[in-house]
Design a protein around this ligand. Structure first.
Ligand code: GRF
Length: 191
């Protein structure tokens, strides 16, 4: 299975996916990184693993459909089966959603539908909830609204700082995302 990872940040989930592949826990390969932020640390990580990287600047395109057409072409030329969003901060439009229906996944650091959007960990911390977590879902045209594939809870202790919560959430993300991707691949192969 060929994966494209779309990410704009530090790329710890990107690394976790690569590591799971190297350890034989995920039967796939990452054939493309798409990043919309010049200088993002994830780019260096992709280079270290010799993953083809497309860094694009949305502003230079006429509109969203135009840059998504270019990304679709990048995915098609590499026979990408699944698009894995990992800290990609843009909504996906119909240009990619239609050809990749049920083949675009996102990971979000809360138990959706609670705390969608930006800074989900900060939102949970501020509301003083005792349980938050991680969600992996299919992507639709909304913000963190697509069908949920899997979730895992994380407890917030009274003594936890926001940094502690972030660390716990990330540890769960790095385990859960490769596991969910692998389970989809297994399901697909058995069809
Ligand atoms: C993760 O917390 C993920 O849930 C969210 O963006 C963050 C990306 O982190 N969608 P990283 O770049 O993989 O470290």
């Amino acid at each position: 299975m060929n994966l494209a990872v779309f990410a704009s940040g530090t790329g710890s989930n990107f690394d976790a996916i690569i590591q799971a592949i190297e350890e034989g826990k995920l039967d796939a390969q990452v054939s493309l990184l798409v990043c919309d932020r010049v200088g993002a640390s994830v780019i260096e990580k992709a280079q270290r693993h010799s993953v083809d990287t497309v860094v694009f600047t949305p502003k230079v395109y006429e509109n969203k459909a135009a840059y998504e057409r270019a990304l679709l072409e990048d995915c098609r030329t590499r026979n990408i089966d699944y698009i894995i969003l990992a800290g990609y901060m843009r909504l996906i439009g119909p240009t990619l959603l239609e050809p990749y229906q049920n083949r675009i996944l996102n990971i979000h650091p809360s138990l959706l539908p609670a705390f969608p959007g930006k800074d989900a960990i900060g939102q949970a911390f501020e509301k003083k909830v005792k349980i938050t977590g991680v969600t992996v879902h299919f992507v639709d045209d909304g913000m963190d609204t697509g069908p949920i594939i899997d979730q895992e809870a994380v407890r917030i202790e009274d003594t936890d700082t926001e940094e502690d919560v972030k660390r716990k959430i990330q540890a769960v993300e790095h385990r859960l995302y490769p596991k969910v991707i692998q389970s989809l691949l297994v399901k697909e192969e058995s069809l």
